[in-house]
Design a protein around this ligand. Structure first.
Ligand code: AMP
Length: 413
């Protein structure tokens, strides 16, 4: 695989060098407090390796979507504190909203080997988020000016050709520096890459979540690669419509009905199993608030959804079929909840899938996002072979796309 032909942190000597490391510190926050530090913990091996080697370690990351410009609520301050605790050493946080510039330059100039500097949220510089063709060239150069070498360890952002993820490599390389991937990137690529390119079979993919449109390419690619593809969540109802069923007021994407028909045909032609829900948990409205536990539910067969009801979770018959498919699998990849799992009354399908994955000896790979959150909440995290830190990135990887954050690193000689 091309991805594994990339230079890693083990392929260059970072002693005394200023190494810019793009991490994914995009952690969930509530009232300014970090509620899940998985991504910080996942970044530690690369950071510790560079510290141990005597590099000057300059860290950067985005946090949140930053729609309304720089603000304290999306500052990396809580990340700096948690990171410092985890590393057991001081992290010099440059809180300047400009990210690069005088404050950052001065902090880097004062570094000794083994020191750690954390720059401010990269998205405070709007250009970070622009399209590939004009992806913050100026900002990328300013980042590169702070460092000699660059390491991308931000798997969760690796599918974006942003200034700090990909464009920066052009300027590091131009001055003779090394561009490599970190240990987290290596680990993610190893698990996801092996699953897709070299799976122990039967290979089962479970896809859920709200929209078919988000998962078009991944469904198509996984039908080719897997033995069984299981569909749940909101997108299952567009498939149900494609089969000609009444789906009431369930989530549907009318523009994708033909696509779903094609996928059903494609699976049949290739002799693959495409498992769709046979029953559903229905309600008469979408819960508001989403976790309202008093919402009334009923279970019906998938072709019996009344015109005024909506499908909100897979039903018990479907759960049993999906559990069986997981039991006989040797490799399972899961992305996306089976229902509106935020609501305790509509979470049984998602919980059943999580429990089935936790119980199997198969290689189990959780594709980030909501499925990772569900697995963590249910206490199954240590039962899975790999929980990806990147939702969108793992999906694009499963689609068979080359990730810009991987692609931008130097090839191994
Ligand atoms: P995604 O971001 O595409 O992975 O979708 C995750 C969201 O899909 C979660 O917030 C779920 O509540 C939602 N979801 C799952 N099943 C359904 C459903 N049957 N109807 C509406 N939304 C759903």
């Amino acid at each position: 695989m091309a991805a594994l032909n990339k230079k890693t942190v083990d392929d260059f000597n970072a002693a005394g060098r200023r190494v810019l490391v793009r991490c994914d510190f995009n952690v969930p926050l509530k009232d300014g407090k970090i509620t899940d530090d998985t991504r910080i913990v996942a970044a530690l091996p690369t950071i510790n390796k560079l510290i141990g080697e005597g590099a000057k370690v300059i860290l950067c990351s985005h946090l949140g979507k930053v729609k309304n410009g720089p603000n304290e609520g999306e500052s990396l301050t809580p990340v700096a504190e948690r990171l410092s605790e985890k590393l057991g050493k001081e992290v010099n946080f440059v809180s300047d909203y400009n990210v690069t510039g005088e404050a950052a330059t001065a902090a880097v100039a004062a570094m000794k080997p083994g020191d750690v500097v954390l720059l401010q949220n990269t998205r405070f510089r709007g250009k970070e988020e622009t399209k590939p063709q004009d992806a913050g060239e100026g900002f990328a150069k300013e980042l590169a000016d702070l460092a000699d070498d660059y390491v991308c360890d931000a798997f969760g952002s690796a599918h974006r050709a942003h200034a700090s993820v990909a464009v920066v490599t052009k300027y590091i390389r131009a001055k003779g520096g090394t561009c490599a991937v970190g240990y987290l990137m290596q680990k993610e690529i190893k698990f996801l890459g092996n699953a897709v390119e070299n799976p122990v079979r039967p290979f089962v993919a479970i896809l859920g979540g709200a929209k078919v449109a988000d998962k078009l390419n991944v469904i198509s690619n996984l039908i080719e690669k897997c033995d069984t593809v299981i569909i749940g969540g909101g997108m299952a109802y567009t498939f149900a419509r494609a089969k000609g069923y009444e789906i009431g007021t369930s989530l549907v994407d009318d523009t994708k009905v033909d696509y779903c028909k094609e996928m059903i045909e494609k699976a049949a032609k290739l002799g693959k199993n495409l498992l769709l829900p046979v029953d559903a948990v229905i309600t008469d409205h979408f819960p508001d608030p989403i976790d309202d536990p008093s919402i009334a539910t009923e279970v019906v067969d998938i072709d019996k959804i009344p015109a005024d009801k909506m499908g909100m979770d897979i039903g018990p018959k479907t759960r049993a079929i999906y559990e069986d498919a997981v039991k006989t699998a040797k490799t399972v990849v899961w992305n996306g909840p089976m229902g509106v799992f935020e609501n305790p009354v509509l979470a049984a399908g998602t919980k059943a899938v999580a429990a089935a994955l936790a119980a199997t000896t198969a290689t189990t790979i959780i594709g980030g996002g909501d499925s990772a959150a569900a697995v963590n909440q249910l206490g199954y995290a240590d039962k899975m072979s790999h929980i990806s830190t990147g939702g969108g990135a793992s999906l694009e990887f499963l689609e068979g796309k080359e990730l810009p954050g991987v692609y931008a690193a130097d090839d191994k000689n």
